[in-house]
Ligand binder design. Structure first.
Ligand SMILES: CC(C)(COP(=O)(O)OP(=O)(O)OC[C@H]1O[C@@H](n2cnc3c(N)ncnc32)[C@H](O)[C@@H]1OP(=O)(O)O)[C@@H](O)C(=O)NCCC(=O)NCCS
Length: 160
């Protein structure tokens, strides 16, 4: 993925093997410190590598945030997989990690990524500069947990 100019055009450009090794070390360190981080996603039928994504603690525009990150191999674009990965990560953040709010950010020109964010209920917050480039910052509030199997709320309040 890091050698593919199409994918990396919106992720800071193609990375060398050395840069990729540093990226992997930093992300493994994130797993050790926080107990979660980047995951590899595979196509269910073939097992082919589809992409990577995760929830990461980052500093963005001067604030400590948890970021929803995702990237899909170009051969799989436009099949809904980026949205599926992002939705699964968002549920995980709400149900398992109990995160109260999650941000996502991308280059202002990355229309596909902005669409993925908006379909998941992220709201545009503001324009920011990240890594020296113009980005848009989106934010999503707490993610509701799954309803009970009956479809009714798991616990009901009794009045009176
Ligand atoms: C952004 C990315 C993950 C999207 O992956 P994907 O699997 O193609 O996403 P999906 O198929 O789930 O949805 C993409 C949506 O964007 C829309 N879209 C795609 N290109 C678009 C464009 N140029 N302008 C407007 N909308 C666009 C699609 O129509 C789709 O919306 P729809 O479901 O309403 O039709 C993928 O392009 C990618 O990995 N890019 C490189 C890495 C990257 O930029 N990651 C995000 C950094 S925050």
């Amino acid at each position: 993925m890091h050698g593919d100019a199409r994918v990396m055009a919106t992720l800071g450009g193609v990375r060398s093997d050395g840069e990729t090794e540093r990226f992997l070390r930093a992300n493994l360190d994130h797993w050790r410190r926080h107990g979660h981080g980047l995951l590899v996603f595979r196509e269910r039928a073939s097992g082919a590598f589809v992409g990577r994504g995760g929830l990461r603690h980052v500093e963005v525009a001067g604030s400590a945030e948890v970021e929803l990150a995702y990237a899909v191999m170009a051969a799989f674009w436009g099949r809904g997989l980026g949205g599926e990965m992002a939705a699964a990560l968002l549920r995980h953040g709400g149900e398992r990690l109990g995160l109260r709010g999650i941000v996502a950010f991308t280059l202002t020109t990355n229309a596909a990524s902005r669409r993925v964010m908006e379909k998941l209920g992220f709201r545009f917050e503001r324009n920011i500069v990240h890594a020296g480039l113009p980005h848009v910052l989106y934010r999503r509030g707490p993610v509701p947990t799954c309803p009970s199997p009956s479809g009714r709320p798991a616990a009901r309040r009794r009045d009176g």
